[in-house]
Unconditional design. Structure first.
Length: 184
């Protein structure tokens, strides 16, 4: 039977963050649990007040603010940067209605942070495409095919007047575009 890593929860005071430390060395390392400290969930600061620390090197501040906004229906939230570690932001939260679970709020915030960060990344990647679509929509000419703009309806450079059946116009009795036949 394999030995389970010895996981020790330490530092749960109001002035410290809870830590999860894997201490069984080689066995823990082989199972993917490195002997390092990993931050656990929210820290209780009072009867209904909790705090969670977010690393801004992983999640950008706009993504964090949007994620927090998504929780404002059920939670009051306050964000503050740590003076000793400016790359970390502490999110303090307390329930709008008594009885809401802080652990669940931390889980929701974590999921929402991932969602909002992904949206931030996709927005940055697609910015060029979005700008091209907007420029095309508001341009007077055709930015993608400038030769199209030089043609006229009689010469039909795009072949719009051609039927897919080889006849001119939508009905077979109509003359080809550009031909001038006298009326009967």
């Amino acid at each position: 039977m394999e030995e389970e890593p010895n996981l020790d929860v330490a530092g749960c005071g109001a002035d410290q963050r809870p830590r999860l430390t894997a201490t069984s060395g080689e066995d823990a390392f082989s199972r993917g649990i490195a002997p390092s400290e990993v931050s656990l969930g929210p820290v209780r600061l009072g009867e209904q007040l909790f705090a969670l620390e977010v690393d801004t090197s992983v999640f950008e501040v706009p993504a964090l603010i949007r994620a927090c906004y998504r929780l404002t229906e059920r939670w009051y939230l306050f964000l503050a940067r740590r003076e000793e570690e400016p790359s970390r932001i502490v999110v303090s939260f307390w329930p709008r209605i008594k009885g809401h679970d802080a652990g669940r709020a931390a889980q929701e915030l974590g999921n929402e942070l991932i969602d909002q960060q992904l949206r931030e990344d996709l927005s940055r990647r697609m910015q060029g495409v979005r700008e091209l679509i907007l420029a095309q929509a508001f341009a007077e000419g055709d930015l993608l095919d400038p030769q199209r703009e030089g043609g006229d309806y009689e010469s039909d450079p795009a072949g719009i007047g051609q039927s897919r059946f080889g006849r001119a116009g939508p009905f077979p009795h109509q003359p080809r575009a550009g031909s001038r036949t006298p009326p009967e």
